[in-house]
Each structure stands twice: as C-alpha cells, then as structure tokens.
Design a protein around this ligand. Structure first.
Ligand code: NOJ
Length: 449
C-alpha cells in the first residue's frame, strides 16, 4: 500500500516552521535609523554579488511583514523563525539603541502572537554592523563585549514575549566564507582572520546562551549549525585523510566545544594545532561550553572530497555533484536525503545533545512562472524525501522537536544575490509581487492533511 506522508506522523507537538533572516528579507537598509551591515558594504564592492544585487530592498519584509505573516499562517505553519538585525537595533553595533529598530521587532513578534505563530528569534544571522567590522569584526577580541551587549538589549526588550532563541546561525558558514575564503562579507581571508573569528564566535555563542538563560525565564535556547555528510572520493589513504580534515571543519569544529569536548584534536591536521596555539586564551576553553536546550541542525547537501595538495591547510577539494552526474539543485548541491538521515543520527549519537530542531532545510531550483503558476515539482520531491529522513530518525528515537523549511519566500541569497530562489513563495523583485509556488500549496496540504 502506498503510504502518504502526513504531518500527523510526526506527532501532535511537532513544531512546523518557516525560516527567514533579516539581511535576506527585510530590505529598508537605511530606514528608521538602521546602520549599515557588512552585507550592505560588501555588496557595493564590484563583482562580489552575482548579478550585482544588494540587500537594500530584499523582499521588503520590513514593510510587508503583516501580509507575509498571513502567508505563513495560510500555509499552515505554526512557527516563524526570523533574525534580528544588530545594526537596526544598535546602528553602530555599540552605543546608542535605536528605538525604531526595537519597535519594528515588537511589531513582528506581536503579529506572530496574534496569529498564533510561535516566534523563534535568531540573534546573529551574519549581518554584523559595518561599524564593528571597521574595528576588525569577529576577528577583534572586543566582539565578545559588543555581542554580549547586543544580546542583553534584545533579551531585555523581547524576553517577555519570546521564549525560543537561536544564538548564532551557522558559525562555520560565516567564519569560513567571510574570514577565510573571502567569498562572503566582510571578504577577509587567511588564518590571521579565521582563527580569531572561530574562537570569538564559539565564545559568543556560549556567552549568549548564558545571558539569555539569566535574563529570560523559561527560555528554550539553541544555536544553529550547518552539517554535511563528508564522503571520501575513493578508498585511497590520501582521500580518506582529506575527507577527515574537511569533516573536522564542516561538522565538528563548532559543535564539539559547545558540548564540552573542546576543539577537535587530530595530530595529522596542522590547522588544529594552529587553532589551539592561537587561543592562548585557552584558559577560556570551559567557557565555550553551554548546555543548550536544543541544537539547531541545518542540512542541505553531502560533499564528496578528494586530496588536493594545492589547497592550503586543508589540502582537499570537492568533487562537485555536476561532475559526478548526480541529481543536484540550482546551487549545484547534491540532493541526498539519506545523507540527511545519517547526519541527524550522527549528531544525536554524540550523546551531549538533548533535543534537535531542524532549523533549516530546503532547496533552490530554476523556478519558471507559467501563466502565474510555479510548478516546482523538484522542490516538492526534495521536501518529501527529506521529511521522510526526519521521520525515520525520529522513529528510531532521536528527539526531534521541529522542522523549519528554508525559506518562506525568494530572497537575497548572499553572494548569489537574487539569482537563487529557495522560497515556497515566489517573489517578483521588480514589483514585490508574491505568488505561492506549488511547493507552498504542497506544504499547506501536508500540514492540514
Ligand atoms: C544557510 C543560511 O543560514 C541561509 O541564510 C541561506 O540562505 C541558506 N543556507 C541557503 O544557502
């Protein structure tokens, strides 16, 4: 008999959400006292963003949040995950609080509560105030002071209304792309930036958790990591070792200190030695740990890795999905739901994680609008298979509390600008017209089924 997947299979209390982020959706980049973020500055640099897009208008969530939240509700979701723009709240990153910034998120939160949507608030989703970047950003030791203040301001403003907090979104994503490879804002490269950024981010994450714990009664506190199953290209010793190094970076570097294991140690990977040496402040090792109520697990794709002596430190390169002729998304990311299942199990088997929330999962495809209809069957398949992977892990005893789709609507996809569409709702960026894709309707039926 053909079993039709239904939301009920996941249990009555399972939380279903959609996620967005401030810099990707809000727009209103200079309005009502908002300071510039590193993405506003980075996008002005020629050639940094595909198609030359800037986060200046995004999908205008700042002005359209009421309608957009109605869409969230109409599609049947019960959770809305969004992030706070640091530079909207503290335009210079430190110093003066911008009342209008504070007021905006009150309005978003109130609207969620009115509609019966549970807000999950991300404190840092990559849009550092540019004023702080001028002083070195995540590579500056003072970032921890600045971040703690920001967290305190937010907890005091919203703690009465918001119980679910995500401290940092994908620490590996923004530290590696922004402070090592330079492909994301602020465009910094090299270990002299990457190593301190890793340390300060880990510390900020745990300290942020402690601040929310102290200031928000009954808070449900998490932080969100990206994970990718790492598959060696062959059984050759060099490929296995290369895959191990990438695995350490992509999957272990940030979660292990949090759950009390410290930074991964592996004698064959010189980079780790440098990391430990850099952290002369190693005495703070115990402060990188925090007993999070949940771990946000974000999964998109697995990677296949082979040895490449030309790449500094990691000595590895990816064999991309296209060249391997396997199904992939418009981002070039392999589509592999089994790898999602394995990833969930692996994180659970660490033992130090109490609860998992899938805080992001989704896919970009070349959506075509035909007669006002977007029949994105590939995205529907993606969700269907990935939800089955979640269900399988859940049935095997993994404590998974919720699943949030990435993302509500097409938005500013960082260095890909507006050229990659992940939304359940299509956005015409010229007119800001929203059109629910068939995947959106699929979700509505799934959640109401
Ligand atoms: C993870 C990031 O958190 C999100 O901002 C991004 O848009 C998605 N991945 C897709 O790349």
């Amino acid at each position: 008999m053909h079993h039709i997947l239904s939301a009920r299979d996941f249990g009555k209390n399972f939380q279903w959400g959609v996620a967005i982020a401030a810099a990707q959706n809000e727009g209103a980049a200079g309005e009502d006292g908002k300071g510039a973020s590193i993405w506003d500055a980075f996008a002005k640099r020629p050639g940094k963003i595909r198609g030359g897009g800037r986060p200046t208008t995004g999908c205008d969530f700042y002005h359209r949040y009421k309608d957009d939240l109605l869409l969230v509700k109409a599609l049947g979701f019960t959770v809305f995950r969004f992030s706070l723009s640091w530079a909207r709240i503290l335009p210079d990153g430190t110093g003066k609080v911008n009342k209008e910034g504070i007021a905006f998120y009150h309005k978003v939160i109130d609207e969620c509560l009115k509609l019966g949507l549970i807000p999950y608030v991300t404190l840092y989703h990559w849009d550092l105030p540019q004023e702080l970047q001028k002083k070195g950003g995540w590579a500056n030791y003072f970032i921890n002071k600045w971040f703690n203040r920001f967290v305190t301001v937010c907890a005091e403003a919203y703690g009465d209304k918001v119980k679910n907090w995500i401290i940092i979104n994908e620490p590996f994503g923004f530290t590696s792309l922004g402070y090592m490879i330079g492909r994301h804002a602020p465009g910094k490269t090299g270990l002299e930036n990457f190593l301190p950024a890793i340390y300060h981010t880990s510390l900020a994450q745990a300290e942020g958790g402690r601040i929310i714990r102290n200031l928000v009664p009954y808070a449900h506190i998490g932080t969100a990591f990206s994970f990718s199953q790492v598959v060696p290209h062959s059984d050759k010793k060099e490929d296995l070792a290369a895959a191990n190094r990438v695995d350490i970076l992509m999957n272990r570097l940030f979660i292990e200190p949090v759950i009390g294991k410290g930074y991964p140690i592996d004698d064959s990977f010189k980079f780790l030695e440098k990391l430990q040496l850099h952290n002369k402040a190693w005495k703070f090792a115990d402060r990188l740990q925090f007993d999070f109520d949940f771990i946000g697990l974000q999964y998109y794709f697995p990677v296949v890795i082979k040895y490449n002596p030309l790449v500094p430190y990691v000595q590895a390169t990816e064999v991309n999905a296209k060249s391997r002729k396997v199904p992939h998304t418009a981002m070039g990311w392999e589509i592999n739901a089994d790898s999602f299942y394995r990833t969930i199990k692996r994180i659970w088997l660490y033992g130090g994680v109490k609860e998992i929330v899938i805080t992001e999962n989704g896919a970009a495809f070349k959506d075509e609008v035909k007669n006002g209809i977007i029949n994105d069957t590939e995205r529907i398949d993606y969700f269907r298979h990935h939800l089955k992977a979640v269900l399988k892990a859940k049935r095997e005893g993994v404590n998974i509390k919720g699943y949030f789709a990435w993302t509500l609507m097409d938005n500013f996809e960082w260095s890909e600008g507006y050229t990659k569409r992940f939304g359940l709702v299509h956005v015409d960026f010229k007119t800001q017209l929203r059109t629910i894709k068939n995947s959106g309707y699929w979700w509505r039926d799934f959640l109401n089924g």
